[in-house]
Design a binder for this molecule. Sequence first.
Ligand SMILES: Nc1ncnc2c1ncn2[C@@H]1O[C@H](COP(=O)(O)OP(=O)(O)OP(=O)(O)O)[C@@H](O)[C@H]1O
Length: 316
Amino acid sequence: MIQMRELRKDFTVRVKAGRLRREKRTVSAVDGIDLTIEPGEMVGYIGPNGAGKSTTLKMLTGVLSPSSGEVSVFGLTPVPQRTRLALRIGVVFGQRSQLWWDLPLGESFRLLRHIYRVPAAEHEARLRRCRGLLDLDAFLDTPVRQLSLGQRMRGELTAALLHGPRVLFLDEPTIGLDVVSKQAVRSFLAELGASGDVTLVLTTHDLADIERLCDRLVVIDHGRVVHDGTIEALHARYGSRRSLVVELDEPLPPGFTLPGASVTGVEADGHRVTFALDGSSSGAAVAALVAVASVRDLSVVEPDIEDVVARLYQAG
Ligand SMILES: Nc1ncnc2c1ncn2[C@@H]1O[C@H](COP(=O)(O)OP(=O)(O)OP(=O)(O)O)[C@@H](O)[C@H]1O
């Protein structure tokens, strides 16, 4: 459905070289990306600032021409076949709006129906679904410029879906949103993805978006793919381990060891101890621990995706 072969985008920039002189320099924003995305996938496309994420999305949506390589979406080449492509994709760029600033939100939706020539019944059905899932009714009559960021983002998502696209490209869809709006947007996208009707390609700096939504994670750095797989595969690659945190009535005896685990932290005068678990089961470690110590409370903490992604970025 989406294919990129040796995809590149170079920008020529002028940089200062001395007091008056400026030199031309080439920045390889996207530096040879090979990716195939199948229908129904939910792909998180992440990377540090300047990694080339937005540039890739712009080439996929027909905003920018590649410098070399190939890109196709539904077999269409985005820039020359942009109009045909627009009928089949939805795009949400968190920082930019596709709504009419001075019109009420509902009016923007009506205009989009005419632009995309969507039959009235289809439009109504899609709008009804979005109204229900995104709670739009309270602000359908409000001019877009008066909407809060969270309300506008819910409007943007609806606007991107009213023509029934099979692929949705989202660039930072939760940027700047409060926790409640973030959850509303994530739940909506999760439901959309679960229906299997829409393929999602999403860039974000908020890794909770990825954990909640994406079954595939593509990490890019300096315009190249540095990881492509599940979040679990990323943890496995970096040896991330789950932790067992125990609250104890008495500190453990000196030299205490737990099979399949190693101590990574001791706090509260030895009353709180953190173990990194080597294996996948925490049961054996817990059993060994309660046999020798008086355990007041315990919890198993999953590895933190922020940590592993930070390590990946630093390695790059
Ligand atoms: N129009 C442009 N002209 C010159 N350089 C550009 C242009 N657009 C992007 N770049 C450069 O290309 C590189 C990749 O930029 P891009 O916006 O794709 O990164 P990004 O991964 O989306 O970053 P961020 O997370 O900060 O949004 C950066 O070095 C950027 O400065």
